[in-house]
Ligand binder design. Structure first.
Ligand SMILES: [Zn+2]
Length: 137
């Protein structure tokens, strides 16, 4: 017999963690393990940023963007070989294409700011691989 126990705080805790992760992202403006040192918060923060970034790309990115990124070339530390670099020529052009020239639009809106962190140099490259292979984040 299998008995599963869901303790009452489980759902609340998961929501807490996501809220803490979003706050950590906006506090640090970075997802590296120095800026977001708690591993569980960092893992959720990266997942949140990735999920938001995929929504942005699906809505405003190039058609069939997943198929336009070379996994072999993908290097988040390179302005040309990062995800936006490959899709738009360079990282900065990608940000402008997705968010416009108005940086207030990018940094002044929490959702945009969180999503954009998944495009930055410290974002774990490997988290993009399942997305590029067609799996939902
Ligand atoms: Zn950092």
């Amino acid at each position: 017999m299998i008995v599963s126990v869901v303790y009452p705080g489980a759902v609340t805790h998961a929501l807490d963690l996501e809220a803490r992760a979003r706050a950590a992202l906006l506090d640090a403006w970075c997802v590296c393990d120095y800026c977001v040192p708690e591993p569980d918060v960092r893992a959720v923060a990266c997942r949140v940023a990735l999920r938001d970034a995929v929504v942005v790309l699906d809505a405003r990115g190039p058609v069939a963007w997943r198929g336009r990124v070379s996994v072999a070339r993908l290097d988040m530390r390179s302005g040309a070989d990062c995800l936006l670099g490959q899709l738009y020529g360079d990282y900065g052009s990608g940000l402008r294409a997705l968010y416009g020239d108005d940086l207030d639009e990018l940094y002044g809106h929490r959702e945009n700011a969180v999503a954009s962190l998944a495009f930055t140099s410290t974002f774990p490259r490997d988290l993009w691989l399942p997305v590029l292979a067609g799996y939902a984040p």
